[in-house]
Write a protein that binds this ligand. Structure first.
Ligand SMILES: [Zn+2]
Ligand SMILES: [Zn+2]
Length: 269
């Protein structure tokens, strides 16, 4: 039994792309790097674009759609996005064949062969941003980044996951002290911005159940975060709220802006 496996090809404000697959379906979530770079990253995980069955879009920010049109054209792939996101990406995505423009409503559940996908709305400064859950049998993987805050709706959508890819964008202090203009800082810190390490820790204190084996910390700011700091802060935020775990039961895992994570099987303990 194969179940769900995945690799985060790249994560961060310089570009996001993740590949999720099971025995009969391979999907990419976002294509926020150049098509050439995405090809290179896939090659590093012994994956070819020919194996992809489609691309799911979370929202229209360029770090999520930079190579979307080019990758879709190169491999003749359907693109899945909700109506408002389609409106927002229409110009930048270039020419896409009619049959490859697929509307997938927010909250819709869609079966791609034996891989079930469900989208859920998130709070972020985009037209209609979403995250995605993937199901195969009793396995569940959820991808949730670009979150202004962890709403009850998102928490509900991603609860019961075996593996999570969750945003830990910035260290609040590093961001406050940093060189960004005040408006940008306010945007990032706001309810339509990005999830801080602290907020990710708080969320994790509620999300950690026996089902959850790993959380990949994702979309880290290169200017205002570091992986070690993010992990430490998330764990501290969990422990502050009485949520303790053994390293043998649960792990916080790295993602990278410049290389893919190893293939990970959701069923692995
Ligand atoms: Zn982003
Ligand atoms: Zn965004």
């Amino acid at each position: 039994m194969m179940g769900i496996s995945f690799t985060v090809l790249s994560s961060g404000s310089t570009g996001n792309a993740t590949v999720v697959r099971n025995k009969d379906t391979t999907l990419m979530i976002d294509a926020g790097l150049s098509a050439k770079r995405i090809d290179e990253l896939m090659e590093q995980r012994e994956l070819s674009g020919e194996e992809l069955d489609g691309i799911l879009v979370t929202h229209e920010h360029s770090d999520h759609i930079k190579g979307l049109g080019a990758v879709a054209r190169k491999y003749d792939l359907p693109i899945y996005a909700n109506e408002k996101t389609w409106e927002a990406i229409n110009k930048s995505v270039g020419k896409i064949a009619e049959e490859n423009r697929v509307v997938m409503d927010s909250g819709e559940v869609r079966d791609f062969g034996s891989l079930r996908v469900e989208s859920f709305q998130i709070s972020h400064d985009a037209a209609e941003p979403v995250g995605y859950c993937f199901y195969d049998g009793d396995e569940k993987l959820s991808v949730a980044t670009d979150l202004g805050y962890m709403s009850d709706k998102v928490k509900q959508a991603i609860s019961g996951s075996n593996v999570l890819v969750l945003e830990a964008n910035h260290d609040i202090e590093m961001l406050r002290m940093g060189r960004y203009p005040w408006n940008t800082k306010r945007r990032i810190l706001g309810d339509l911005g990005h999830l801080s390490n602290d907020a990710a820790g708080e969320a994790m204190s509620e999300l950690l159940t026996g089902d959850l084996k790993r959380t990949y910390l994702a979309h880290l700011s290169r200017d205002h975060n570091q992986m070690d700091l993010a992990k430490m802060t998330v764990r501290a935020g969990m422990e502050d709220r009485g949520c303790f775990y053994k390293d043998s039961e649960f792990k916080l895992c790295d993602t990278y802006y410049d290389r893919p994570t190893p293939w990970d099987k959701v069923s692995e303990p």
